[in-house]
Design a protein around this ligand. Structure first.
Ligand code: PEP
Ligand code: MG
Length: 581
């Protein structure tokens, strides 16, 4: 009999395959007493397990395709470093000696201690470290229990065609799974605007998040269908269900193929409004997808991915190489490079190291531009690299999480310092660069008319703007039902920003996920948005929605929509805007 589990859609599409339960922390470990004369042999067994885990990780690292970003390899390096740490070697050995227990149990005791410490700190960065500890400990325990190198994750093809179930996945883990040929993802936690979800969409990996009890219902090798459109997982589907989904997959594929015909068509509404349609990228290699859909440029390059999962930040040369490769691949089209946006859910060892503060609300803390203005050494290196890459094409510099005009002035001063230092060093660089801000904090949205004169462009980051306006943690699936891009407060802010940009004569783009959802295209055109930046795989769908609409038809409806909060009038307007209630 088929069983159906419901979750939250993170990436559309349909995946079918056998299940792989990746959550190593679910491993059953029991305590076994070791006779006094065998205690030292057990310590040796522990170290053999650590060594086996190290060999597995080395094997995984070697199998990573050469075109994978450096981030992924360094994510594995972090785990390799942890395997050398006394916390996971000397301390468990001590526990074996003191308690006379087996190695797996000693690791469990030590892991529980470390996790308790991390959890008490309640800090985003440390929470991620906690997950790393769990992953590494589970890897050693597996090696011990399997008495060898039987690591299913390590094989290059072992996961090909599988759907993976995990408690949660970091963006780096997701990229790795994608390279290993995984076809679908299910996680118990996480929201649809988390960075992992955004990445899953850009990798076209059907994904569901927020299936809290999934581990209780699913086990290794179950046949499952992930329906990323309806947000359901079907366990043990019968033949008719499989046929239905097979047909659906073929339809989706045919639909994509038809859309490809739009690739070289201009982006213009039926009544003649030309629209700029740019793409969002996370990694330099994403430019391949950008070119495939013929985007007019890159409207958001999330540079923080270059800084993640590594011990030290990338130096200037590495950054120049990454940024320049994007600028050159775009061949004269504009590239909007966003400066480092770490902190909150985007933890980054290389930038914050062990200097984390204990903060209750990391999303409201020292993140993005606030962190860059504190860590000016790291920031100046990035600014120098951006200015150097800007000598090769049209580059704009975009600052995330701006909330005061003083931050804009400080960034401008640092850009000028970076420029002067490059001049002194005799390195080629752009003399000037347009500087814009992401509008993600309601404060700047409300006062956009006061900010606009200080900026060369604005870009609306709806993912954070909605989170901060509606007071909803974008990572928390428990409150995800409140995450509403159509909330009148959100729409009024968008309207205010667009009007402020128009009055100041500066372009306003939207690069948050709302821009990439075709349900909202009509409404956004009606509100006056003329520049969209969307994930490459959503671009042709958005182009189609733009090309099929008349601005004059929707402007009045969109304006009316700003004034309704509920009821029949709202339902009527939703219908006229083509949005499913
Ligand atoms: C946003 O907040 O809308 C945005 C584009 O930034 P990120 O998703 O990277 O936080
Ligand atoms: Mg943001």
């Amino acid at each position: 009999m088929s069983v159906l589990l419901r979750g939250i859609c993170a990436a559309k599409g349909v995946a079918m395959g056998r299940l792989y339960v990746a959550d190593r922390s679910q491993l059953e470990v029991t305590e076994r007493l070791v006779a006094p004369h065998q205690v030292e042999a057990e310590v040796v067994r522990l170290f053999a397990g650590v060594e086996a885990a190290r060999r597995q990780l080395q094997a995984v690292k070697q199998r990573i395709p050469t075109d994978t970003s450096a981030d992924i390899a360094s994510f594995i390096d972090t785990h390799l470093l942890m395997l050398q740490d006394s916390a996971l070697t000397t301390v468990p050995a001590q526990i074996i000696r003191e308690r006379g227990c087996n190695a797996e149990w000693a690791l469990k005791v030590q892991r529980d201690d470390l996790v308790r410490v991390f959890e008490a700190m309640d800090d985003g960065y440390l929470r991620t470290r906690k997950d790393d500890v769990e992953h590494v400990v589970a890897r050693i325990q597996h090696a011990l229990l399997e008495e060898g190198d039987g690591d299913r994750m390590a094989g290059e093809d072992a996961l090909a065609g599988h759907v993976v179930l995990a408690r949660d996945l970091s963006p780096a883990e997701l990229v790795l799974l994608n390279h290993q040929g995984v076809v679908g993802i299910i996680t118990e936690f996480g929201g649809p605007t988390s960075h992992s979800a955004i990445l899953a969409r850009s990798l076209r990996l059907p994904s569901l998040v927020g299936l809290h009890q999934a581990h209780a219902y699913l086990k290794d090798d179950d046949t499952v269908i992930v329906d990323g459109r309806e947000g359901v997982v079907i366990i043990a589907p019968d033949a008719r269900t499989i046929d239905y989904y097979q047909g659906l997959k073929e339809n989706i594929y045919a639909h994509h193929k038809r859309r490809e015909r739009l690739r070289d068509k201009p982006v213009v509404t039926r009544d003649g409004h030309a629209i700029r349609l740019h793409a969002n990228i996370e990694l330099p290699e994403d430019v391949v997808a950008v070119r495939q859909v013929n985007a007019a440029g890159v409207g958001l390059y999330r540079t923080e991915f270059l800084f993640m999962n590594r011990v030290t930040p990338p130096d200037e040369e590495e950054q120049v190489e990454a940024y320049a490769s994007v600028v050159l691949a775009l061949d004269g089209a504009p590239v909007t490079i966003r400066t480092l946006d770490v902190g909150a859910d985007k933890s980054c060892d290389s930038v914050r190291g062990g200097r984390e503060s204990v903060c209750i609300n990391p999303a409201l803390g020292l993140r993005a531009v606030r962190l860059c203005l504190r860590e000016t050494g790291i920031f100046l290196t990035q600014l120098r690299a951006i200015l150097r890459a800007a000598a090769l094409g049209e580059v704009r510099l975009m600052v995330p999480m701006v909330s005061t005009v003083a931050e804009v002035h400080q960034v401008r001063q640092l850009v000028e310092m970076a420029r002067q230092s490059l001049q002194q060093d005799g390195l080629e660089h752009a003399a000037g660069i347009p500087i814009g801000a992401m509008v993600e904090v309601p404060a700047i949205a409300l006062a956009a008319d006061l900010f606009a004169p200080h900026l060369d462009f604005l870009s609306i980051g709806t993912n954070d703007l909605i989170q901060y306006t509606l007071a909803i943690d974008r990572l928390d699936d428990e409150v995800n039902y409140l995450y509403d891009p159509l909330h009148p407060a959100v729409l009024r802010l968008i309207d205010t920003i667009l009007q402020a940009g128009a009055a100041a004569g500066i372009p306003v783009s939207m690069c948050g996920e709302m821009a990439g959802n075709s349900s909202y295209t009509r409404l956004l055109l009606g509100l006056g948005l003329r520049e969209f930046s969307v994930p490459p795989n959503a671009l042709l769908e958005i182009k189609q929605a733009i090309n099929e609409n008349d601005v004059q038809d929707v402007a009045a409806i969109a304006r009316e929509f700003l004034g309704v909060v509920d009821g029949e009038a709202r339902r009527r307007l939703l219908d006229r805007l083509g949005i499913d209630p």
